[in-house]
Design a protein around this ligand. Structure first.
Ligand SMILES: Nc1ncnc2c1ncn2[C@@H]1O[C@H](COP(=O)(O)OP(=O)(O)OP(=O)(O)O)[C@@H](O)[C@H]1O
Ligand SMILES: [Mg+2]
Length: 439
């Protein structure tokens, strides 16, 4: 299996790095413990073999020199933890097949094999037990019975220390990975907050070199974007603003014109131009940072008064549902967003309906519904672009600059709300504004 496939499991860089580090270190740690233990066993075996060789040699020499009658009394004294002596032929069996027993047999043979011919065999049924048979000088059979000691026991604190070590390693890994990935999430957060009001969080330019460099680059990029945007908006505002003077001048000139039919048409064109200019200025202003401070309002009252204004102007509009709680938001921006949406509904279908609902999670949904032609699915996002109008709308007497939705979207973004358009299954358009901040 490829490493990639193995790493595909955890999604975050954080989890992946942690996994690589912790698994790697745990394997390395296990290997080194295994190495140490093997080394320890080997050394112990070597020491033991030397010991057996010397001890057995002197014990056999002693037994050989003792008078036959005294030997039996000495046997217990010569016994050691791993081997005992018995006078007699012992049991026979197959040659020792366990490596350690074979080594013991070789050690004993190295010590006394030259003087006493030996035979060694495993004890049937106990493969690692060993008996070595020989004859003392007077012909008495002697058996050395070897029982291996169960491997040197582990100290009780060893697993505890091991676990502790692993825990320390895991903690260090966690810390290191966190240190490495935190700047990334900070960067992502800062990039996310770089909204239309251009007031993004600045990244601290300290910390490790690489992080500081990335933070500096990000802050500089943020400044550049801010500069470009400001410049763009200033140009838009300046053009829009400066157009107002010649428009006024033209209007005055038309007033003194003789041809009244042409004059009326020109006046109409000028009115349209004026609206465009006003919208342009407003757009530039909303883009330039929604400076309005959020406050606690009664959203039902706000919508009621909005609807009354339209009803007073003779428009067909209805309000459905109530929120029934206070909302922390920017009231003028909210009014303007809903107003722009209602204007569209009235303009493109002749009637509008506002439906509000609050979710238990504290979200407020304000939908502006109409029964007009709707918008082709592929243009549902495009209509939010400034000055974007659908083909059909251009030729109508609807007027408008194509800035209504762009302004609404900018304001919604600045309020941390979501504005989207949906074609209704029963025909018509739904403009849905989802707000947070229900108190
Ligand atoms: N309720 C709607 N029904 C059908 N089409 C719509 C609706 N709302 C918007 N549109 C389409 O989206 C386009 C962009 O809307 P937007 O509000 O941004 O501009 P506008 O209404 O044309 O002009 P302005 O709002 O600046 O006076 C409209 O021109 C229209 O084609
Ligand atoms: Mg509009």
């Amino acid at each position: 299996m490829k490493l990639n496939a193995l790493l595909r499991g955890p999604r975050t860089l954080y989890a992946r790095l942690a996994l690589v580090f912790i698994v790697g270190l745990a394997v390395a740690q296990t290997l080194s413990v295994w190495l140490t233990m093997t080394e320890r066993d080997q050394t112990m075996n070597n020491v033991m073999m030397g010991y057996i060789e010397r001890e057995v040699t002197s014990s056999v020499a002693l037994l050989d020199h003792l008078p036959a009658a005294e030997r039996a009394a000495w046997l217990p004294r010569l016994a050691r933890r791993t081997y005992t002596f018995t006078l007699g032929p012992g049991v026979t069996g197959a040659p020792p097949d366990v490596e350690l027993s074979a080594r013991v047999a070789r050690s004993i043979a190295a010590g006394i094999g030259k003087r006493y011919p030996l035979t060694a065999n495993a004890v049937p049924g106990e493969p690692d037990r060993l008996q070595v048979h020989l004859q003392l000088s007077d012909g008495t059979p002697l058996t050395i019975d070897y029982r291996p000691m169960p491997g040197a026991p582990l100290s009780r604190w060893l697993p505890v220390v091991l676990l502790l070590q692993l825990a320390v390693l895991a903690a260090c890994c966690w810390l290191a990975v966190r240190l490495a990935t935190r700047p990334l999430s900070q960067l992502a957060r800062a990039a996310d907050t770089l909204g239309p009001d251009l007031r993004a969080e600045r990244l601290p330019e300290d910390g490790p070199d690489e992080v500081a460099r990335a933070a500096r680059a990000f802050n500089a990029m943020q400044d550049r974007i801010k500069m470009y945007m400001t410049e763009r908006l200033q140009i838009l505002a300046a053009i829009s603003h400066d157009l107002q003077t010649p428009i006024t001048r033209m209007r005055l000139r038309i007033d003194v014109m003789d041809d009244s039919a042409q004059g009326a048409k020109l006046q109409q064109d000028l009115r349209e131009m004026e609206t465009m200019v006003k919208e342009g200025v407003t757009y530039a202003r909303t883009m330039h940072g929604a400076t309005e401070v959020p406050c606690r309002i009664d959203p039902d009252a706000l919508l009621d008064s909005l609807v009354f204004d339209y009803v007073d102007a003779g428009k067909e509009i209805a309000l459905q549902g109530r929120i029934g709680a206070a909302l922390v938001t920017r009231p003028q921006a909210l009014r303007r967003i809903v107003g722009n949406l209602v204007d569209n509904a009235l303009k493109f279908s002749g009637a509008a309906e506002i439906a509000v609902a609050a979710s238990p999670a504290g979200q407020v949904t304000i939908s502006v519904l109409d029964r007009g032609p709707g918008i082709p699915a592929e243009s549902l996002e495009a209509v939010f672009e400034p000055f974007y109008r659908l083909e059909g709308s251009r030729n109508r007497h609807t007027g408008g600059t194509g800035l209504g939705l762009a302004i609404a979207r900018q304001l919604a973004l600045a309020m941390d709300a979501a504005l989207s358009l949906h074609n209704r299954p029963e025909g018509g358009l739904e403009a849905r504004l989802v707000l947070k901040g229900l108190a």
